[in-house]
Ligand binder design. Structure first.
Ligand code: SAM
Ligand code: SF4
Length: 477
């Protein structure tokens, strides 16, 4: 278990208020411990992206500081928190499905505290549905006020029934220096910005995460120095569009400029970042990546579709020609870079020709991997009311056609590395074989090799012996 850390030097008033509430929460948790005869257990479940995973580490840090013990088993928990995602409808449906099960748990254990937070809670229809159908929930809060969690949890202990609800429409506040419980001892996500200003027409993120706000560079660097002091060797800088980092700071700083400063931090050996919007990816950034020993050889560059007509309808603000030219520039400057992407199939109006354009783009770029999604209609986004919504059958046909090409390209790219000697950061003992460990290469590929728990967190030289499609079996070299 990793120590709980305080993540920066900011001494804001709100931070002090919430630290005071953590003390108060600790008293309530002590009372609960006396009542149930053991330290209460907290189960934090994350849906969605790395940003949510990082938020969950903050929420868990607060709970552990107040006296809860972490568990991954909901049936033995005294507090269950779902940090939700609403990018696609199936994420929402999964939460409702699991809430049905929680209803039974709550009945059997009335002191169980059920908490919902994250993107879904910023949607009025979701909150109304929870109020109506899942009234056993104790606390609901959104994405803009997660720093208020200690105060809100205290309110649940003080409440005499009903759902404690606190949802903000917007914020420009960034509250620093609350406890964080990292999932991994050797790597960590680091938020560099929050929100998004891009309004891609299919996407709900700008509505549920608000406008773009960059963190002060000194706060970010201080957090990373602190992580390095606690043994972290890899950081992943997180934002919906890291390439527009710094534009709203009092003293603007480019993302490339921030990376240069992160590179100087002793102890940090690997730097990753996501996500990069193609429209904002600068030559300065390509240059910094090309000349860095620490920035990993992997760039996630979501294209969404290869059809110009759809890129326009999606409000992505680039054309396939621009994207392909950008890929050329990146590959020329960094020949060993691995490129991955996100693809949406079945956007309103998508024709067979559009799918051919996407397949053609995939073959030209030769992606190392791609996340492929069926378009999901999100209420409130412009695309939800576009004409030409596809039938489930056409959606699936388009999806399957693209997926098979993505897999073919990814397999071919992976195989190119067979026999290479490179470095891997050992992340876990393999789930399938206790005698194997799993390492991640700079280019984000995984390798399984003989080893044990003591290797976790080390960067070691490995030989990529056998390509197994999308990963390698290897050996220490
Ligand atoms: N900010 C990042 C960017 O611009 O690429 C990505 C954030 S979004 C949470 C991750 C991915 O989800 C997107 O790149 C897109 O492919 C997918 N996505 C977003 N909205 C979607 C929707 N309504 N239906 C299907 N996929 C969606
Ligand atoms: Fe959504 Fe587009 Fe913002 Fe990414 S850039 S979060 S896809 S609106």
């Amino acid at each position: 278990m990793n120590p709980t850390e305080y993540n920066s030097h900011n001494d804001g008033e709100e931070t002090r208020r919430q630290l005071m509430y953590i003390d108060k929460l600790t008293e309530y948790v002590t009372g609960l411990t006396d009542k149930i005869g053991h330290a209460p257990k907290a189960c934090v479940v994350t849906f969605g992206c790395q940003m949510n995973a990082r938020d969950s580490e903050k929420l868990l840090g607060i709970l552990i500081t107040a006296g809860y013990v972490e568990t991954e088993d909901e049936t033995e928990a005294d507090l269950i928190l779902y940090n939700t995602c609403s990018v696609r409808d199936n994420a929402n449906q999964r939460v409702y499905g699991r809430l049905g099960v929680l209803k039974g748990l709550k009945k059997a254990k009335p002191h169980l505290m059920v908490i919902l937070c994250g993107c879904m809670m910023q949607e009025e229809t979701c909150v109304n549905k929870i109020r109506k159908s899942y009234s056993f929930v104790d606390l609901i809060f959104g994405t803009h006020n997660i720093f208020k969690f200690p105060e809100l949890a205290c309110r649940v202990f003080e409440s005499e029934g009903g759902i404690v609800t606190d949802i903000w429409a917007e914020t420009d506040q960034i509250v620093e220096e609350l406890p964080v419980r990292r999932k991994y001892s050797y790597k960590s996500g680091v938020n560099i910005m929050f929100g998004c200003n891009n309004f891609c027409t299919y996407c709900i993120v700008p509505y549920v995460r608000g406008r773009e706000r960059s963190r002060d560079p000194e706060e970010i660097l201080c957090e990373i120095r602190n992580l390095a002091d606690h043994g972290v060797i890899e950081v992943m800088l997180l934002g919906q569009n890291v390439n527009s980092y710094g534009k709203n700071l009092d003293t603007p700083l480019s993302f490339a400029g921030l990376l240069r400063k992160v590179e100087e931090i002793d102890g940090i050996r690997r730097i990753r970042f996501m996500t990069s919007h193609p429209k904002d990816l600068s030559d300065e950034l390509i240059d910094v990546c090309a000349h860095s020993d620490k920035i990993c050889r992997h760039l996630h560059l979501p294209v969404q579709t290869g059809a110009n007509k759809l890129l326009k309808a999606m409000n992505r603000v680039y054309t396939r020609e621009y994207y392909l030219e950008l890929v050329d520039r990146i590959r020329t400057a960094i020949p060993d870079i691995s490129l991955t992407t996100d693809l949406i199939m079945g956007f309103p109006g998508e024709t067979d020709e559009d799918v051919e354009d996407t397949i053609d783009l995939i073959r030209r770029v030769e992606y190392d991997n791609a996340y492929t999604f069926e378009y999901s209609k999100r209420t409130g986004t412009p695309a939800a009311s576009y004409e030409g919504q596809l039938s489930p059958e056409d959606m699936k046909r388009h999806f399957d056609a693209v997926l098979s090409v993505v897999q073919e390209t990814a397999r071919a790219r992976c195989a190119l590395h067979t026999g290479e000697t490179t470095e891997a950061l050992i992340e876990t003992v393999s789930d399938h074989d206790e005698g194997l460990v799993t390492g991640r290469l700079s280019n984000n590929l995984l390798v399984h090799l003989p080893g044990d728990e003591s290797m976790i967190g080390q960067i070691i030289p490995v030989k990529l012996d056998v390509c197994k499609g999308f990963y390698f079996m290897g050996s220490r070299s």
